[in-house]
Design a protein around this ligand. Structure first.
Ligand SMILES: [Zn+2]
Length: 177
């Protein structure tokens, strides 16, 4: 059985995970960006997966590679409500010298200022298409939120909007027949 991350789970990172992490990074001098070479989520952020055994099965967590890098450099995860942000504004970069913490609000404000967020949304525009298609496939909003590092209410809001639009388009009525 696979248990997927629910909010509030602290990932367990082993030495093996750490070694695996660094094989996916092109590390260079401190001033340059260290680019993540493996899987990326649509916005360009690196994606690192860790899994470990729990009594119910396997806990699997997807974590932003830049968050893992911050953890490895600082020995702890950012406190709740804090995002790991890039000074270099380069999402796949995991150079710890380029990372800093900001509140989620500040980060979203920064992203909105840079035009990376949809109108009045809490979901970066680059994620929206993929989130919509995941919702369309019936993926629970909590799973999507964890996958993209978003608050679940932001995904739910997108889901409600998609449903409202479907009704407006007559989609739902069609499906009911
Ligand atoms: Zn960088």
């Amino acid at each position: 059985m696979l248990v997927v991350k629910t909010t509030g789970v602290t990932p367990k990172i082993t030495r093996r995970d750490i070694a695996r992490f660094w094989t996916k990074v092109k590390s260079r001098s401190e001033s340059e960006c260290w680019l993540w070479q493996a899987a990326r989520i649509p916005d360009g952020y690196g994606n690192f997966t860790v899994s470990w055994a729990v009594p119910q099965g396997v806990m699997k967590v997807w974590i932003g590679a830049h968050r893992v890098s911050w953890f490895l450099a600082n020995g702890e995860w950012p406190a709740k409500g804090l995002d790991v942000c890039h000074r270099c504004d380069n999402p796949p970069c995991v150079n710890p010298a380029h990372l800093f913490l900001a509140s989620h609000k500040e980060n979203m404000r920064g992203a909105a200022a840079k035009g990376r967020l949809g109108p009045g949304a809490l979901v970066p525009t680059a994620y929206i298409d993929e989130i919509r298609s995941m919702l369309g496939r019936g993926t629970p909003s909590g799973v999507i939120a964890a996958r993209f590092g978003l608050e679940e209410y932001a995904v739910k809001r997108l889901e409600r909007r998609a449903r409202a639009r479907a009704i407006a388009d007559g989609d739902l009525l069609l499906h009911r027949r």
